[in-house]
Design a binder for this molecule. Structure first.
Ligand code: HEC
Ligand code: HEC
Length: 293
């Protein structure tokens, strides 16, 4: 009898420990948000971070950042919401801390777990200064009083709490750490590609749970998969015939080594993000992608 009781106690303890493990918040290192934000710099971060491509219905001529077209995934359709400064329909009522928490840990006010179709697993790497600049620029954006539509996703993914377990297993919030054996230019490129510009959101393959396979960084999806994303690791890009100059050319709407322009989802990244980058940041991106410095 007593042994059976002990066994039950052990089961309950293990159960609680398991639940606590899964439901313990997954938060990254604290940020220093006590910085002065700058709207001009922040508007540039909006571009390097590609917020416009998702949060604006470009095809339908929708208002800037007022909500985007559905992102189709195997789990359902996710609608990027209105992130203008409108206090009801957008995020105008959010504090800087709340905004940073959503971007860095994937949690919105009211403890709402965000889906990783919003690439917070890349944005968590952004610098504190970029985060603060981004916030002041969004707060200065034109308010749009129209809410975006709701997601249409199936059970059990429509339960936001399920994302807590996902985060526990697959999300590692952290800031970008430079590689001191590389140049400043290379590190700027690495920061942009893996932080704000979230290139891996498409070019790093995902497992069946939709989590990036970090050991396959930038290795693309297998040939024939739909959607298909090519590999953009240094060896593959060089094999394809890119050098720093031709890569920047292709990434800003020019020709790739096959004399084609890059289209589809990449066309949007080019139009809404890369063509707005400074020449220095494009050189940095190329130096990092080709691993040359
Ligand atoms: C790949 C597409 C994509 C990109 C790029 C993207 N977002 Fe989002 N974002 C989404 C989706 C989808 C959601 C909804 C997630 C959810 O409901 O859990 C979202 C949600 C958010 C939220 C939470 C809003 C709320 O009401 O809870 C904020 C804030 C946000 N995004 C800001 C940004 C900013 C700022 C950028 C640029 C730095 C950005 N997003 C880039 C797709 C994207
Ligand atoms: C929303 C998904 C998405 C994101 C984000 C994205 N890409 Fe792409 N990328 C694609 C697709 C799709 C293609 C294939 C385009 C084509 O063949 O027309 C592509 C093609 C490319 C190519 C051409 C590769 C070749 O074999 O010629 C390069 C280089 C590239 N992307 C670099 C980047 C970089 C750098 C970033 C981050 C700044 C990035 N991509 C972000 C979807 C994306």
């Amino acid at each position: 009898m007593q042994r059976r009781f002990l066994f039950l106690v052990a089961l309950v303890v293990i159960g609680f420990a398991g639940a606590a493990y899964f439901f313990w918040p997954v938060n990254g290192p604290a940020r220093n948000l006590n910085l002065t934000g700058d709207v001009v710099r922040g508007n540039y971060v909006i571009r390097t971070a590609g917020c416009v491509a998702c949060h604006t219905d470009i095809e339908g001529g929708g208002a800037y950042l007022a909500g985007g077209l559905p992102l189709k995934t195997p789990f359902g359709d996710f609608i990027p919401p209105n992130i203008t400064s409108d206090k009801q329909a957008g995020i105008g009522a959010w504090s800087l801390e709340e905004f940073s928490h959503a971007m860095s840990n994937g949690i919105s006010p009211g403890n709402k777990h965000l889906y990783p179709s919003f690439p917070f697993d890349s944005y968590t790497k952004m610098s504190d200064q970029d985060m603060v600049d981004l916030y002041v620029a969004l707060m200065a954006s034109a308010p749009v009083a129209q809410k975006a539509a709701d997601h249409s996703i199936g059970f059990p993914f429509n339960i936001r709490l399920s994302m807590q377990g996902w985060k526990r297993l697959f999300f590692h919030p952290e800031r970008f750490t430079p590689d001191i054996s590389k140049s400043g230019l290379w590190n700027r490129g690495a920061y942009l590609a893996n932080g704000p510009a979230h290139c891996g959101a498409c070019h790093t393959p995902r497992n069946i749970f939709g989590a990036a396979q970090t050991d396959q960084h930038f290795k693309g999806t297998p040939t024939g998969s739909k959607p298909f994303f090519p590999a953009i690791d240094a060896a593959t890009l060089k094999e394809r015939g890119y050098d720093a100059e031709t890569l920047v050319d292709a990434l800003t709407g020019g020709f790739d080594p096959d004399f084609d322009t890059l289209g589809g989802a990449m066309g949007e990244v080019i139009n809404e993000s890369l063509t707005h980058w400074t020449p220095e940041d494009l050189s940095a991106l190329a130096a990092y992608l080709l691993d040359e410095d």
